[in-house]
Design a binder for this molecule. Structure first.
Ligand code: ADE
Length: 224
């Protein structure tokens, strides 16, 4: 999968992509990510990419011209399956969205700043608008990192244990069951006996029950 990102702060995207599983995905050649500084397409030598909003009001708006030129430049290099705009008024990002996007080949992500991007870019170029939650971040970069991480770890070959993404919380609309590691007893706190039983069937049943209980208690809204 290839992901291009248009941003005014490429530095904000760098660190999460340079470590751990996202690094591994890129080192293995399964994922390529390229950031593009929107200021390359600025409207003047001062690097301007935003302007006051029509109708008045506080906050700048990212202009059509730099964004349209950036998108069209990148579109000449590859066809995009989705052009995604990160915005608090987009559709709420869920595991199912990550699953769907992980099947795509080329994605373009636009990170907004200030009051956001000119509506005409949303209408004429953007195919999907994503929010990572009901709160406002200073820009779309952190949100883009969240989305890329959630997608990247699903790409075949990225995780060592292929089954591990399938047993994550939210796959099957259930939260993950509790997990334990050695020692079997710590300060008198014991690991549930069933996990030490060595009986895969009983363990699987226990985990399923725990998942259902946890989901009922904490997130009844996602239960089928
Ligand atoms: N940009 C600013 N806030 C955001 C959010 N909650 N989700 C996605 N992009 C954003």
């Amino acid at each position: 999968m290839h992901i291009d990102i248009i941003t005014v702060v490429p530095e904000l995207l760098a660190s999460p992509l340079s470590h751990s599983i996202m690094k591994r995905a890129q080192d293995k050649g399964i994922l390529t990510v390229q950031t593009h500084n929107l200021r390359q397409w600025a409207v003047n030598k001062y690097g301007q990419v935003d302007d006051y909003q029509f109708g008045g009001g506080a906050g700048m708006v990212m202009m059509c011209e730099p964004l349209a030129n950036a998108i069209e430049h990148l579109q000449k290099e590859r066809p995009y399956d989705e052009i995604i705009y990160m915005t608090p008024d987009g559709e709420r990002f869920k595991q199912s969205t990550a699953n769907q996007l992980s099947l795509k080949e080329n994605l373009l992500i636009i990170c907004g700043h200030y009051k956001g991007i000119d509506q005409r870019i949303r209408e004429h170029f953007v195919t999907k608008e994503i929010s990572i939650g009901d709160y406002v971040l200073s820009g779309g970069e952190l949100a883009a990192n969240v989305v890329i991480d959630a997608i990247g770890r699903l790409l075949p070959g990225v995780l060592n244990d292929e089954t591990s993404a399938l047993t994550d919380s939210f796959q099957d609309n259930l939260l993950a069951p509790p997990v334990y590691t050695r020692p079997a007893e710590f300060r008198g706190w014991k690991v549930p006996e069933v996990l030490l039983s060595g009986n895969p069937k009983t363990i699987e049943e226990w985990r399923y029950e725990q998942s259902v209980e946890r989901t009922k208690e904490r997130r009844p809204d996602i239960l089928d």
